[in-house]
Design a protein around this ligand. Structure first.
Ligand SMILES: NC(=O)c1ccc[n+]([C@@H]2O[C@H](COP(=O)([O-])OP(=O)(O)OC[C@H]3O[C@@H](n4cnc5c(N)ncnc54)[C@H](OP(=O)(O)O)[C@@H]3O)[C@@H](O)[C@H]2O)c1
Length: 293
């Protein structure tokens, strides 16, 4: 028998997760938002039209409460929940932040188990999030007594689960941002360079086969095996040409090139395909350009 579920915060993640869990047989006790009209539309998406409310006390009968509000709202809304609905020791409360530990929900009068369950996925909308959930990974953190329920929820979402320590959440979230956001930033910057060479309109299309191959190779083989290019070949003349061109034409990108090239030298050395002499010569070149900045 699945626990009775209440959702507080019927946004993109809350709607996608609750819709999927409802489909797996979790009875819905309440869908709580701050605007009744928006909450009704969300409850309709979930398939629980009659459960829309702005009254947080309707969570009192739930055994599982999903607190899917924005990160800055989690602690405040948790306090409001404990003050008004008094969830008991048979209740588990889950938030979805990748950054905050479950403990941010803890108040003096809290008797419930607390978890954070972070889907490593992007929810541009509830519908696209719902579609992308299966096969994603969820990081679970918080009260160990609630791990079995967290794992069950992840499985019901079609996701794989792993646990992380509370003290690692900020580092974990930095990793997720580097993988998702910084890859986007890097591709955007690279498209800018291509645009400076000609038709900017096709820059992303031109890069697609190359980027897809590099990404797939890295995900399949790991960075050490997947790495190609002038640095792992020890070709310092090519790196020097890149640095000169960037300095003259796109100096705002020189710093990031130097930083990433330095990290790439480390990776190439780890792969044992770049010997220490050639690595030292590329490092010296990068160091000279850095100093000149
Ligand atoms: N989006 C992602 O890609 C993603 C991925 C993984 C994890 N997460 C995490 O998931 C959580 C939710 O993110 P989201 O992107 O789904 O945010 P969102 O779309 O902005 O949804 C937040 C929802 O909370 C509601 N809300 C705010 N204060 C409330 C209150 N006092 N009482 C009831 N409802 C309240 C908002 O209602 P209004 O309509 O009134 O504003 C909105 O429906 C965050 O912790 C986020 O870090 C997000």
């Amino acid at each position: 028998m699945k626990p009775r579920l209440a959702l507080i915060g019927p946004g993109r993640v809350g709607q996608a997760v609750t819709a999927r869990l409802r489909g797996c047989g979790y009875p819905i006790a309440a869908v709580v938002g701050r605007d009744l009209q928006r909450t009704r539309a969300a409850a309709e998406f979930i398939g629980a039209e009659l459960m829309a409310t702005t009254d947080i006390r309707r969570c009192a009968s739930a055994q599982l409460i999903l607190l899917a509000v924005g990160d800055d709202q989690i602690a405040t809304v948790a306090r409001e929940l404990f003050a008004n609905a008094a969830p008991g020791s048979d209740c588990t409360i889950i938030h979805f932040s990748g950054l905050h530990p479950a403990q941010v929900m803890r108040t003096k009068n809290c008797r419930s188990a607390l978890l954070s369950l972070h889907p490593l996925q992007t929810f541009a909308s509830a519908a696209s999030g719902l579609e992308r959930l299966p096969g994603s990974y969820c990081a679970i953190e918080g009260d160990a007594t609630a791990y079995p329920l967290g794992r069950q929820i992840a499985a019901d979402l079609g996701c794989n689960a792993f646990t992380i320590a509370s003290s690692d959440k900020a580092l974990y979230h930095a990793a997720a941002c580097m993988a998702a956001n910084f890859v986007t930033t890097l591709l955007d910057a690279s498209a800018g360079l291509l645009a400076a060479c000609g038709d900017g309109g096709i820059a992303l299309a031109v890069m697609r086969p190359l980027v897809e191959a590099a990404l797939n190779n890295t995900l399949e083989m790991g960075g050490e095996q997947a790495l190609t290019g002038p640095i792992v070949r020890g070709d310092s003349t090519t790196v020097a040409s890149h640095l000169d061109a960037l300095k003259q034409r796109q100096p705002q990108l020189l710093n990031i090139y130097i930083q990433l090239a330095s990290q790439t030298v480390e990776l190439a050395q780890r792969s044992r395909r770049l010997d220490s002499e050639r690595s030292a010569s590329i490092k010296a070149l990068l160091g000279n350009f850095k100093q000149a900045e």
